[in-house]
Design a protein around this ligand. Structure first.
Ligand SMILES: Nc1ncnc2c1ncn2[C@@H]1O[C@H](COP(=O)(O)OP(=O)(O)OP(=O)(O)O)[C@@H](O)[C@H]1O
Ligand SMILES: [Mg+2]
Length: 452
């Protein structure tokens, strides 16, 4: 395969075309020769053109018009125009329209080749910038979500896949597991990233207020409605609406939301007719919505509309391997926020955190680390963690050895079991095999850890 850059030439004089192709091919480039702007435009859209070299004065569409059209297709396209010495003002016009450079005819061969070469260098810069920007975007939107567990890794993969689509997503998980973070990540990685992300907590508002917040209202629709209001579904136009605690909405609201989601339109309170909207809907709930459905508290049809893709965030206690990384992440974030250097954490403190059950999940861990960072001296130790953490880590004395550094045998066993489980994707049968114990023994041990 020829990987040399392709130079597109638009030139209506036969002799000039021959000269240009000889010159460019001699310099090692591939050349696509065309005799009119129309022909060149067609080639531009079908081939991977690196640089376009065009005469300005041509019959039919001229070089300036060609430049316009090419720039419409690709604003970063590199176009070098050729113009007679007598009409340099048209070269200036071309530069204003975004031409990269111009050469006057008759040209010195070296000048023309140099101009093409510069354009190619510029193209490389554009490419690198684009790659850099993509990389930054990716880092920005994923660096704030930390997790090495298989569970979170598969959530990341799902987020990436789902982000490219416009399907509705339901994020499910206990309080503090990161549902809103995931919703934002989906938005930031989607083609809608430059449009608004609006969040509303459905559990926090009474029905009538929620209704006018979501769907909008007309002026005078009710007491206090002093002006027209668009409503969130419409103000997120082209973007994403995050409906938090969707499990809390009343049956009447469920009916209205179902209609909106089905028809892609809303009827503002007090308005005569419906207006269409285009927003992706991501919902979150810490209830078991499927159970709510089976027990008749949540409409099944609405559930299926919202739950096209379900993302389940397991509680932190079921993915303890994420804890060390999260702890370091929050230490770094707190240090940055407080303008201080990072601090190490003692092994005891880390062990206690890994063993704690975290009913408040990642949010609770974050708070604990921020608190510990502020209270501790040079190192974060057990004493700076909230008492409930070390209390629940089992008998603190049992974890400590005389110099407070070495874990107990029981502690090592427990850690080794969790590590093994993580390495086999939480497959308990395989873990028991690797550990050389009966499955029932493993279950017994896990049960005891859970009870601690
Ligand atoms: N995997 C993670 N990596 C980094 N930070 C996280 C992660 N998961 C959650 N957090 C942080 O924990 C806090 C709680 O997350 P978030 O608000 O998304 O939880 P939630 O599931 O929406 O909770 P709730 O149900 O209580 O609203 C946030 O500060 C968030 O940034
Ligand atoms: Mg939340």
């Amino acid at each position: 395969m020829n990987t040399q850059p392709l130079i597109l030439v638009a030139e209506d004089e036969d002799l000039m075309r021959v000269i240009l192709s000889g010159l460019l091919e001699g310099a090692g480039y591939r050349v696509a020769l065309t005799a009119s702007a129309e022909e060149a435009l067609e080639k531009f859209t079908t081939e991977d053109v690196a640089v376009t070299l065009t005469d300005i004065r041509m019959a039919g569409m001229d070089g300036l018009a060609l430049l316009d059209r090419i720039k419409d297709i690709d604003a970063e396209a590199l176009v070098v125009v050729m113009t007679a010495y007598s009409s340099v003002d048209s070269a200036v016009a071309a530069l204003r329209k975004g031409a990269y450079d111009y050469v006057t005819k008759p040209f010195v061969n070296e000048d023309l080749l140099q101009s093409v070469k510069n354009a190619l260098t510029q193209r490389e810069l554009f490419r690198e910038n684009r790659a850099l920007r993509r990389e930054l975007d990716r880092r920005y939107s994923f660096s704030e979500i930390v997790g090495t567990s298989e569970a979170l890794q598969s959530v990341f993969r799902l987020v990436e896949k789902v982000a490219a689509t416009t399907t509705n997503v339901l994020v499910e998980g206990e309080s503090g597991t990161g549902k809103e973070l995931i919703a934002r990540a989906i938005h930031h990685n989607s083609p809608r990233a430059s449009r608004p992300f609006v969040a509303i907590n459905c559990g926090a508002l009474p029905e009538t207020l929620l209704e006018s917040e979501l769907f909008g209202h007309t002026k005078g629709a009710f007491t206090g409605a002093t002006a027209n209001r668009q409503g969130l579904l419409r103000s997120a136009e082209g973007g994403t609406v995050f409906l938090d605690e969707i499990g809390e909405i009343t049956p009447a609201m469920q009916v209205r939301l179902l209609r909106a989601v089905q028809e892609h339109e809303v009827t503002p309170v007090g308005a005569g007719g419906a207006v269409s909207f285009d927003a992706r809907i991501i919902c979150a709930t810490n209830r078991d919505l499927e159970k709510e459905v089976s027990e008749g508290r949540f409409r099944e049809d609405l559930f299926y509309r919202l739950n096209v893709i379900e993302i389940h965030l397991p509680p932190l206690r079921e993915r303890r391997e994420d804890i060390p990384l999260l702890v370091r992440h929050f230490i770094a974030a707190t240090a940055r926020e407080q303008g201080q250097p990072e601090k190490p954490i003692s092994r005891e403190a880390m062990t206690a955190l890994i063993n704690y059950k975290f009913p408040g999940n990642v949010r609770e861990l974050q708070n604990a680390v921020e608190r510990a960072f502020t209270l501790s001296g040079a190192e974060i130790d057990l004493d700076s963690l909230p008492p409930r953490v070390w209390e629940s880590a089992g008998d603190p004395a049992a974890v400590r050895d005389p110099d407070g550094l070495r874990p107990t045998l029981a502690e090592i066993e427990r850690r080794y079991i969790f590590e093994t489980l993580a390495s086999v994707n939480q497959d308990k049968a395989r873990a028991a095999n690797v550990l050389g114990i009966d499955l029932s023994t493993l279950y017994r041990k896990l049960k005891r850890y859970d009870a601690d």
